[in-house]
Design a binder for this molecule. Structure first.
Ligand code: ACO
Length: 437
């Protein structure tokens, strides 16, 4: 990093000061304002952090204008084409792609930790059958902190590595168990012979009591496993998004990592973030017919109507989302193999076509994001709609644990503690009355 300086001068404050201008490997220079309050006697105001870098990170780089997404320097399209989710998770966590021996060790460690304590099932079974699976994920993943607490030393790198592996390994088991609970099916135990994605599909769709009637080749087919693997790669990390920033903020206090990941899951759940894929399918179902597209486009543009086109727009990508380009292609490939076209995909393509020609969306640089299409693929894989954000959770765990590992190893880390612009009442005196009787 080369250091230049950034000068700030203000007549009202009567002060002038210089701040280091930091240059990263790629991207905009960043003004280091850590001493702004000390030197100028003021804070910065940046709701939604649109201009604020909250940390230094080596993990993921995004250029929103050019539609670039790099994991540890590797372009997302190259990883999507040649890699697999576990290799990408290793890359995110460790900084380099694994050698063959490193990959085999990593995979066998993930398989080793692919089990849950029988008592954890009690937490899952405690939920009402119609609980939203994301509500269950927040609670159950948070409860892992009670299982791994007393011997966990977050200052020990090996403890941290094992905690990260555990989270990556257990997330699909908990996700599938939540689904099985919601449909009243018995829990399906993980299988060591299947690999990460097929194991998840098996835990979701196997019905041991009906194994003579259901052909496991239907839900364990290689195309389904590959599509799932691809979605997991695309969703694995996205630098300082809302859920990752939540994980980092919670972790900055030294809190139990499983509880920090549960906080990330809570942040991911919202429709403005990971809940968008579920919201897209609900929206497409509500539109129902291509003839109704203009009516919904009109509503999306109406400032008095809270309706937004779900799956459109992104805080960072302002020309195209590179993940959406890859996923759109996969949608075509997967759905072309199906006997009949999914009408929702046809509807999504129609909606996209109309929106992309509309000046409202063009002027505001609103394009389909990754989640405009991910739900359609999940639907083709028979994943129920309320499990879509849970799928995102499994994938994003790779990113969350990588950021947690990075933060915990950073000697300069400090507790996250934003300031505020106070707009409440000025100081006033309490006047005693006899209203309390
Ligand atoms: N439909 C209609 N109008 C929109 C949409 C949309 N989906 N998104 C943004 N706009 C409009 C806003 O009303 C605003 O218009 P204005 O300038 O006339 O007031 C303008 O575009 C800018 O929007 P902001 O809300 O300021 O953009 P921001 O960067 O804060 O929000 C967000 C980004 C949250 C993704 C937003 O585009 C949105 O709500 N999209 C729909 C939800 C969605 O798909 N979320 C998934 C994000 S990707 C992910 O998490 C994996």
């Amino acid at each position: 990093m080369s250091n230049n300086s950034f000068k700030v001068s203000d007549d009202k404050l009567g002060k002038t000061a210089s701040f280091p201008l930091l240059e990263g490997t790629l991207g905009h220079p960043t003004v280091d304002i850590q001493n702004l309050n000390r030197d100028m006697g003021c804070f910065t105001y940046d709701p939604g952090f649109t201009s604020t870098a909250s940390c230094k990170s080596d993990i993921t780089y995004i250029n929103g204008d050019e539609g670039i997404l790099l994991y540890r320097g590797y372009p997302i399209d190259q990883l999507a084409e040649h890699s697999n989710f576990l290799e990408v998770a290793y890359l995110l966590m460790n900084g380099e792609l694994p050698s063959k021996a490193e990959y085999e060790k990593f995979e066998s460690e993930i398989t080793w930790y692919s089990k849950i304590h029988e008592k954890l099932r009690g937490f899952i079974e405690g939920f009402h059958y119609d609980a939203h699976p994301m509500a269950m994920m927040v609670g159950v993943v948070g409860s892992l902190s009670a299982f791994y607490h007393s011997e966990l030393d977050v200052n020990d790198p090996e403890h941290r590595r094992i905690s990260a592996l555990r989270m990556l390994a257990k997330m699909p088991i908990i996700a599938a168990a939540c689904y099985k609970h919601s449909i009243g099916d018995p829990f399906v135990y993980p299988r060591a012979d299947l690999g990460y994605c097929k194991n998840f599909l098996n835990m979701m769709f196997a019905r041991p009591s009906e194994r003579f009637f259901i052909d496991e080749r239907e839900y364990l087919n290689p195309a389904a496993a590959r599509a799932l693997d691809l979605l997991f790669i695309l969703h694995a990390d996205h630098e300082q998004n809302a859920s990752t920033s939540t994980v980092r903020l919670a972790s900055s206090t030294g809190a139990n990592p499983y509880a920090c990941i549960a906080a990330g899951i809570a942040a991911l759940w919202g429709p403005a973030h990971g809940g968008a894929n579920e919201a897209v399918l609900s929206m497409l179902a509500e539109i129902g017919d291509i003839k109704r597209v203009p009516e919904f486009i009109k509503r999306a543009k109406d400032k008095d109507d809270p309706f937004r086109l779900m799956g459109f727009g992104h805080r960072v990508y302002k020309n195209f989302d590179p993940r959406a380009t890859i996923i759109r292609r996969t949608c075509h490939e997967l759905l072309e193999k199906q006997a009949s076209k999914d009408p929702l995909f046809e509807l999504a393509l129609g909606l996209e076509e109309v929106a992309l020609k509309d000046s409202y969306f063009i002027e505001r640089k609103l394009y389909p994001n990754v989640d405009f299409y991910s739900g359609i693929i999940y639907k083709a894989l028979n994943i129920p709609v309320d499990m879509f954000t849970v799928m995102f959770t499994i994938a994003r765990t790779a990113g969350w644990v990588s950021h947690w590992l990075e933060l915990m190893a950073d000697p300069s880390k400090r507790i996250g503690r934003p300031r505020q612009l106070y707009t409440g009442k000025p100081r006033r005196d309490y006047i005693a009355t006899d209203r309390r009787g």
